[in-house]
Design a protein around this ligand. Structure first.
Ligand code: GDP
Length: 526
């Protein structure tokens, strides 16, 4: 195997999808512990609560106790190199979450065992479906009284429309939680409480019929045997192909807080999750093993660290190999740039990268030239597809407190829209600036960043816009007609695309009926 092929085979790039409070942060912490990236669990919490206090934006994050930003954590495990992309945890998700899911090859779905499938999880699963991303499931909080595990599997199958293949099965729950039985290994792992901060030595018992199991867990052993018969009849056997096709999910269980069952899940994850997959561009499919470097930007983030007040573009490497000091081609602007100081995010700390391989994420310093969706190559004019802008559903009109600052406002909003923090619309018939968002929190982020980074104070008013649609039409004459007739509802977005701002749902459907030759697009790819 070549060095490149070897590095690709080792890579696992994934994100965690879950409803807030299901335990994503806690499990992240334990994964980093197993990856040797943390000595003691507890450090990830610190990220939520203090290290970035110097920036207003992070201040907001702290106040709300949520993670607005996403970050990237790389750690070694079991001979693999794992890249975990963090997604914002708050219910009010933003477009960043969606775009992060375009940069992974697999996802870990964490479910709170007492609550089952929750709304946010359903939404995130829908996004994973768009690219048939393979899903591994973890049922969490077994140290509490959870719902009947068989019922939980039924719910996952019915609501998320994916087959479940149990891999570990709980023995008891809550105060009676005794451990898990690994169906593939025919081995029981016995739980000890109060060991969540460390990697614990776990006592195991081989064989389901081993009398030692009855000794260790009492009558629960017989219950387990009976339950497993039921489970095996009703559920599916693990099948790698079906998993890779997104049709079946292996299900693990445990407690993230107690750091139990997580290691068994991680072992299964690195074994089965796919290595970096080929990616589509507008002209051809890019295989990761191609010698030449390529990648796309899925996220831009500012003020990650108060000591570095710059913006970082997160690029997913799709093929070839990045080396420090390498010259790469920025396709959209047609320029070659030398990347001397790309960053990696080893367990949250920014370090300079010597090299990176397909599946890795590197951070490029961005002084305003890089946009979400931009492709970088070694010369070929490629454009990766599938990094969407979603038609916003929430709109605000921006009014300045100090009218003399309109230049700063324009510049600030332009940059924030390039980053994907918000979408900007400029009506053709006025000088208004209208912001669009998918989640309400995006407006707060914009307001706070305009204030701290651009020294602009603005007020945000409701505006009569129900939704936006990007306009596409190959017939120039018809487009010109449409432009004239619909002038009062048309705007340019931040990237210069013609957009229809519909005041009501009814207006949109009437307009669509009236103009059959015009496409009204609810998503726009960068
Ligand atoms: P996130 O919002 O998904 O990141 O959830 P967190 O990881 O912050 O967890 C939410 C709450 O659930 C916290 O109070 C955790 O301590 C708690 N929690 C997480 N995992 C477990 C678990 O396995 N058992 C119990 N009892 N609590 C847990």
């Amino acid at each position: 195997m070549t060095h490149l092929a070897d590095e690709i085979a080792k890579r696992r790039t994934f994100a965690i999808i879950s409803h807030p409070d299901a335990g994503k942060t806690t499990i992240t912490e334990k994964l980093l512990l197993f990856g040797g990236a943390l000595q003691m669990a507890g450090t990830v919490k610190a990220r939520k609560s203090g290290r970035h206090a110097a920036s207003d934006w992070m201040e907001m994050e702290k106040e709300r106790g949520i993670s607005i930003t996403t970050s990237v954590m790389q750690f070694p495990y079991g001979g693999r190199t794992v890249n975990l992309l963090d997604t914002p945890g708050h219910e009010d998700f933003s477009e960043d979450t969606y775009r992060t899911l375009t940069a992974v090859d697999a996802a870990l779905m964490v479910i709170d065992g007492s609550k089952g499938v929750e709304p946010r999880t359903i939404k995130l699963m829908e996004v994973c479906r768009l690219r048939t991303t393979p899903i591994v499931s973890f049922i969490n909080k077994l140290d509490r009284d959870i719902r009947d595990p068989i019922e939980l599997l039924d719910e996952i199958e019915a609501i998320l429309n994916i087959k479940c293949a149990p891999v570990t099965w709980p023995i008891g729950m809550g105060k009676q939680f005794k451990g898990i039985y690994h169906l593939h290994q025919d081995r029981t792992y016995l739980y000890q409480s109060g060991q969540g901060h460390t990697i614990q030595a776990v006592r195991t018992i081989d064989g389901l019929d081993n009398p030692a199991l009855d000794e260790a867990v009492g009558s629960l052993a017989q219950e387990l045997r009976e339950q497993l018969e039921l489970v095996l009849g009703a559920s599916h056997e693990f099948d790698l192909e079906a998993f890779r096709a997104g049709e079946l999910t292996p299900v693990f269980c445990g407690t993230a807080l107690g750091n139990f069952g997580v290691r068994e899940m991680l072992d299964g994850f690195v074994e089965w999750a796919p290595s970096p997959q080929p990616r589509e561009t507008t002209s051809r499919t890019i295989a990761p093993a191609e010698e030449t470097f390529s990648g796309f930007v899925f996220k831009i983030q500012a003020n990650m660290d108060p000591n570095h007040r710059d913006r970082i573009a997160f690029l997913r490497v799709c093929s070839g190999h990045y080396e420090r000091g390498m010259k790469i081609h920025h396709v959209r602007i047609g320029k070659d740039v030398t990347i001397a100081n790309a960053l990696t995010f080893l367990a949250g700390d920014r370090t300079h990268t010597e090299e990176a391989w397909p599946g890795d994420i590197i951070g490029l310093h961005n002084h305003g030239t890089i946009q979400i969706g931009d492709t970088f190559t070694q010369g070929e004019s490629l454009q990766f597809t599938g990094i969407p802008n979603f038609a916003p559903e929430l709109f605000r009109l921006v009014r300045l407190r100090d009218p003399l600052k309109s230049k700063q406002l324009q510049k600030g909003l332009q940059q924030l829209s390039e980053e994907g923090a918000t979408q900007l619309f400029m009506p053709l018939n006025s000088n208004d600036l209208i912001l669009g968002a998918v989640g309400i929190l995006q407006f707060d982020v914009v307001a706070s960043r305009l204030k701290s980074e651009y020294k602009v104070e603005a007020v945000y008013q409701n505006v009569e816009v129900h939704t936006a649609r990007w306009i596409r039409c190959t017939d120039a004459k018809m487009l010109e007609d449409f432009r004239k007739k619909a002038y009062n509802n048309l705007a340019m977005d931040g990237a210069g695309n013609l957009t229809y701002l519909a005041p009501t749902r009814v207006n949109l459907s009437l307009t669509e009926e009236r103009w059959p030759g015009i496409e009204f697009l609810a998503t726009r790819e960068h």
